[in-house]
Design a protein. Structure first.
Ligand code: GRF
Length: 216
């Protein structure tokens, strides 16, 4: 099977990008990363891509007169690289209807909360302030709006007594690094169907037992 050519958009550290790069190294993985685009220069994610021999581009949003022009440049660059699927991996720009519509059901994002709880920024502090006992991350198809769209997969982690935003973020990040490659695999294999803005996974493995916090 030909592998699905995938572009990854980043703005920074790129640890989720690294998880995708590592997954793509497996010979049976159904996607390959053809291009990494950052809106910020000199970020660690660009180094990770270069080290893996992946083409990179920097498209600074400030160079453009408005969001539409910036997003057109993103699409042109992604399509010139042959990308048919796009992953947002810590990409810190809100994308508007033009881009989101063009890439509908071919654009996925990872977000560090159990959506629809805590869309937007600062999710770990907000989870601590809300006192939730389970937190986590979500991978979803992107629709217009902040962290909106059909959920493909989620991973939950416990919130522990004494957690700080940093300790909780680290626990969630480990879960992100497992969830994102799994969800990209499912999408690339064509196993994620969207109907009525809800997804169904064809042939999904049964999840593990219930996670209860506090432990019974
Ligand atoms: C991750 O927490 C991701 O969920 C969020 O931004 C962060 C990016 O981290 N959208 P990294 O750049 O992948 O290390």
């Amino acid at each position: 099977m030909p592998r699905v050519k995938t572009g990854v958009l980043i703005s920074g550290r790129g640890s989720n990008l690294q998880a995708l790069i590592d997954a793509c190294a497996a010979p049976d993985y159904p996607a390959e990363i053809v291009l990494v685009v950052s809106n910020a220069p000199d970020v660690q994610g660009l180094e990770r891509a270069a080290r893996a021999g992946i083409a990179t581009a920097v498209i600074p949003h400030r160079d453009f007169d408005g969001r539409a022009a910036f997003e057109d440049a993103l699409t042109q660059t992604l399509e010139a690289a042959g990308a048919g699927l796009v992953c947002l991996a810590g990409f810190m720009r809100v994308l508007t209807e033009g881009f989101v519509g063009h890439w509908r059901d071919r654009l996925i994002n990872i977000h560090p909360s159990l959506l629809p709880a805590f869309p937007g920024l600062d999710t770990h502090n907000r989870a601590l302030a809300a006192g939730v006992k389970l937190h986590g991350c979500s991978v979803h198809y992107v629709r217009e709006g902040v962290d909106a769209g059909p959920i493909i997969g989620q991973a939950a982690v416990p919130v522990l007594d004494g957690d700080t935003a940093e300790s909780l973020a680290a626990r969630v990040l480990e879960a992100e690094h497992r969830l994102f490659p799994l969800c990209l695999r499912l999408v690339a294999e064509g196993r994620v169907q969207v109907a009525g803005e809800v997804t169904r996974i064809e042939g999904g493995a049964a999840p593990g037992p219930v996670l209860i916090n506090p432990a019974p």
